[in-house]
Design a protein around this ligand. Structure first.
Ligand code: ASP
Length: 464
């Protein structure tokens, strides 16, 4: 077993020495007795980014556990089973009566069947690989796939947004009935916002999807999310940029969120995406969609949409904190930033210490916009003296636009009108694609933060 064993390379590697002492190798099935208890599982090759201190076991449950070498008292080797992390490829059946959907892969957990040795993401994105893993996809549509990038979503940025927007528009022009974009969940809402501004008036659904848990884990949401997203792209009536992710905490349905009103709100729950300041567009399962909201754009047969694939990277978000000193703002201006979105406190405030720095920034031609840390509710800068003072210094309020959405929009607006600050300001304050709403629904904040069935159940228990 030389190749995987190399993963535990190095003479002074304490984990390797421990494994050798007990004659265990990578892929050994072992029972490890440690000071923290006994664990039974398969020794996995070490990822390149893992440390030299732990043996990683894949337990029967599908979860991995890292055992620190100095807690290991004894290892019994029970057998040997080399895992094959290849996705079974089968030819995706083609059915001319079914809609055509284009799936773009960008990376993230949904694309990862983790190669434990390299830590690399294996692109499970050819139609054959997808069909091999989720054969039900073939009941929905003819799926054509393309891996655009293979990165975790913290590495997504300007170039990815531009390429993705261009490729999505090409797919629309080529006559696909829907587009699915597989993406890491961490920054999916940024990309959803970028696509919403860059691809306007789409005649077909553009559905972003990801998963919080990779498909080799028993509780993975990958297949469920993929099926719901693919069904929405193929058959759903809503022609917008949307995020389709797990709805409630139980495996009941997915929610469709508008691309400019959605946010990742939990670091590990599968039900992590929430519509903020509004209610989700719809509940969806593969085969059925119940609208929750009215006023969405309907699927059309005309094309093409408008493509505005531009973005100026000299924008930033300034998340205000008490005691913030003005040098932070001066530094941003000094670094050449042209647009700043402030996430302010309460109704849209920062401390008075920043006022001179705001004046210096706006005098230098930097555009400053106000959004809220509270996420729900509207910027209202006429209520308190502080707000009025900030307004008087040229900071423009952005209603209930989410800070990340405002950041993406500002980069886009600056690139749309590079030499016309008034046009940028007008565009920022115009509702282009649902990023600002007239009012927030009274039930949105309470009801749709959980899951609808769970809330009903909770309420009936409280009432009885
Ligand atoms: N870090 C991953 C990403 O955003 C997490 C995920 O995909 O859920 O790419």
């Amino acid at each position: 077993m030389s190749a995987p064993d190399d993963a535990y390379k190095g003479y002074r590697d304490p984990t390797l020495s421990t494994m050798r002492r007990f004659e265990a190798t990578v892929w050994s099935k072992v029972r490890a007795h440690t000071t923290r208890g006994t664990f039974e599982g398969l020794v996995l090759p070490r990822s390149e980014i893992a440390d030299a201190e732990h043996v990683v076991l894949k337990l029967q449950s599908g979860y991995n556990v890292g055992l620190r070498h100095d807690t290991i008292e004894n290892i019994e080797v029970l057998g040997y089973r080399e895992a094959v992390y290849r996705v079974p490829e089968e030819e995706f059946p083609s059915d001319p009566t079914k809609p055509r959907v284009r799936l773009f892969g960008t990376g993230g957990t949904i694309a990862s069947r983790l190669d434990y040795r390299t830590g690399a993401v294996i692109p499970a994105f050819t139609p054959g690989e997808l069909y091999g893993s989720v054969p039900e996809l073939a009941d929905i549509c003819n799926l054509e796939t393309e891996k655009l990038f293979g990165v975790f979503s913290e590495n997504i940025g300007r170039e990815h947004w531009l390429t993705l927007a261009e490729r999505v528009v090409e797919a629309i022009e080529e006559g696909y009935d829907g587009v699915v974009v597989g993406h890491g969940t961490d920054t999916m809402h940024h990309t959803a916002a970028a696509l919403s501004f860059m691809v306007q008036d789409t005649p077909i659904p553009i559905v972003m999807v990801g998963s919080q848990r990779s498909s080799d884990r028993p509780s993975s949401d990958a297949a469920r999310n993929l099926l719901a997203a693919t069904w929405t792209a193929a058959h759903g009536p809503i022609a917008e940029v949307m995020v389709c992710m797990f709805g409630p905490t139980s495996d009941t349905y997915n929610l469709l969120h508008r691309g400019t009103r959605v946010r990742k709100m939990h670091s590990s729950y599968r039900s992590t995406f929430r519509t903020i300041g509004d209610i989700p567009l719809a509940m969806v399962t593969e085969g059925h969609l119940s609208p929750l909201k009215t006023g969405w754009r309907e699927r059309r047969s005309d094309r093409p949409p408008q493509l505005h694939a531009v973005w100026d990277e000299r924008v930033t978000i300034l998340y205000y904190y008490p005691h913030m000193n003005p040098d932070v703002l001066d530094a941003l201006v000094g670094c050449g930033y042209r647009g700043i979105v402030i996430a302010g406190t309460g109704l849209g405030h920062v401390n008075t210490k920043l006022f001179p720095a705001i004046e210096r920034a706006t005098a230098a031609g930097v555009q400053i916009y106000m959004t809220l840390q509270t996420l729900w509710g509207f910027v209202q800068m006429q209520v308190y003296e502080t707000g009025r003072e900030i307004l008087a210094r040229g900071v423009l309020p952005l209603a209930n636009m989410l800070p990340e959405v405002a950041f993406i929009k500002l980069g886009w607006a600056l690139a749309m009108h590079p030499d016309d600050p008034d046009a940028v300001a007008a565009l920022m304050q115009e509702n282009v694609t649902g990023e600002m709403t007239e009012r927030e629904p009274h039930d949105g904040y309470l009801l749709f933060q959980g899951g609808v069935p769970e809330m009903r159940e909770l309420l009936s228990r409280i009432r009885s």
